[in-house]
Design a protein around this ligand. Structure first.
Ligand SMILES: NC(=O)c1ccc[n+]([C@@H]2O[C@H](COP(=O)([O-])OP(=O)(O)OC[C@H]3O[C@@H](n4cnc5c(N)ncnc54)[C@H](O)[C@@H]3O)[C@@H](O)[C@H]2O)c1
Length: 320
């Protein structure tokens, strides 16, 4: 049995609690949240010990693995402290809001030799894995995606300095899929604006963004994102290449070729796949089922932060 702790017991932690506690190789032993009632409620439900201070939790509990589920602005030194104790990490996306800090964390993590995974859960979708296999050796010309939705219920989300904005915090999943399936990005140009939600008190983050990308292969990419006052959840993803078009809509993969069209409907819970893969890796040392280790998630963060930088400066940002 591996001993698992969770820090940050909010919305996404609730999803992880279910999968950790259902995994026969793991035991959820400690839960930390700066809000004691939040930690206590979850700890009572799962038979864990509640904490409000992550350092204390890591000193007292002999953890094998830690799920880091704090908001983007609140990572502090959690990764460094845990890594130095040899505790394996699953870190929720985005990894942080400052590239230099995240790079420093990555170096400490690598020096410690621990296993890492991150919350880029869409990579675990069956249809994404199928798309990845299909794309081996294919020539890609263009990658397009959009994601529109409403305002998430967390107070810190509308504060740009705390969330990093929608692209960094949420649409990072869609951008991460672009990188996972089409490779690295060399240039980013973005425009962003606060156009539809100005009446929300204390909002400081843009609500509309339009981002152009140039991939290392030379392929071009584009992603639009926004959160709208009216409920209107939609997302789309497609790749166009030589003699094919591939699209992913929800759990459905469509591949159009000159000879015909193929479709697959995926199934399963990708959060469970992701958490089981991490627990399997910690208990066996086999990391082959982890699809988004820390260093890869760092590249996704780099592109989203470059888009923010471009939107502020009005200039393209080169990443190589
Ligand atoms: N992978 C996904 O699909 C997915 C979905 C939702 C959220 N997330 C990510 O998970 C992270 C958390 O989001 P959320 O929606 O759960 O937020 P949330 O606000 O619901 O929960 C965060 C919790 O962390 C606690 N916290 C803050 N600082 C802390 C600290 N230093 N020590 C201990 N606890 C602390 C807060 O009190 C809060 O209870 C974000 O980075 C978000 O992007 C990922």
């Amino acid at each position: 049995m591996i001993r698992v702790g969770v820090v940050g017991a909010g919305i996404i932690a609730t999803e992880h609690f279910k999968h950790i506690s259902a995994n026969e190789r793991a035991e959820l032993v400690a839960i930390c949240d700066i809000a004691f009632p939040v930690a206590e409620k979850a700890a009572v439900q799962y038979g864990a010990v509640p904490y409000t201070d992550v350092r204390e939790m890591l000193d007292r509990e002999n953890l094998d693995a830690l799920f880091i589920c704090v908001p983007p602005f609140a990572h502090g030194e959690i990764e460094e402290i845990a890594a130095r104790k040899g505790i394996h990490l699953l870190v929720e996306k985005p990894l942080g809001l400052h590239m230099e800090q995240v790079r420093r964390k990555a170096a400490i993590i690598e020096e410690a030799g621990i296993i890492t995974s991150t919350g880029y859960c869409l990579r675990y979708m069956e249809v994404v894995q199928r798309a990845k296999q299909y794309l081996v050796g294919k020539e890609i010309g263009m990658v397009r995606a959009y994601r529109f939705g409403g305002l998430p219920p967390t107070a810190w989300w509308i504060d740009h300095s705390k969330s990093g904005g929608q692209l960094v915090e949420q649409t990072t999943h869609n951008l991460d899929l672009m990188l996972y399936l089409a490779g690295g990005v060399q240039k980013v140009y973005a425009d962003m604006g606060l156009l539809l939600n100005q009446d929300i008190p204390e909002i400081t983050t843009p609500d509309i963004a339009s981002v152009n990308l140039v991939f290392e292969s030379g392929a071009l990419g584009h992603i639009d994102t926004g959160f709208l006052p009216q409920p209107d959840d939609r997302s789309s993803f497609e790749i166009m290449g030589r003699n094919f078009r591939l699209s992913i809509d929800g759990m459905k993969l469509t591949i159009v070729e000159p000879e015909g069209t193929m479709t697959w409907q995926g199934a399963g819970n990708f959060y469970k796949q992701q958490d089981d893969a991490f627990i399997h890796a910690v208990s066996t040392g086999d990391t082959s089922l982890i699809f988004a280790p820390y260093r890869e998630a760092m590249r996704t963060l780099e592109v989203t932060l470059a888009a923010n930088q471009s939107a502020e400066s009005g200039l393209p940002v080169k990443l190589i």
